[in-house]
Write a protein that binds this ligand. Structure first.
Ligand code: ZN
Length: 107
């Protein structure tokens, strides 16, 4: 993942660059990608993935590789539409997992 600029808005308010994202396996096949504030250790979750999301992400990477060498305009167009669909499906799935995981934490 690309480094991101973040601010610890839940706790100490410090700004920092995140270069290292951590991954934790949760129950089932869910993985959590997150980082901690280097100042106070507050945890920030980027996203959750499961097998379905990882499959979708793999498809997206394959599609992006294809897009680099495909020159036919119609084919490019079709691939871009497919890419949008995959992105939307990934986001939807990630949101659903996030909701599920965070609900379980609250119980
Ligand atoms: Zn902090």
């Amino acid at each position: 993942m690309e480094p991101i600029y973040a601010r610890c808005d839940k706790s100490c308010n410090q700004s920092f660059y995140v270069k290292h994202f951590k991954e934790d396996k949760l129950h089932n096949t869910i993985e959590k990608t997150y980082f901690n504030c280097p100042n106070c250790g507050q945890e920030y979750v980027c996203f959750y993935t499961d097998e379905e999301v990882r499959k979708l992400q793999k498809k997206q990477r394959e599609l992006q590789r294809k897009l680099k060498w495909v020159t036919d305009a119609d084919e490019v167009k079709a691939l871009l539409i497919e890419q949008d669909k995959l992105r939307a499906a990934t986001k939807e799935r990630m949101d659903a997992i996030k909701q599920k995981v965070e609900q379980q934490h609250e119980q």
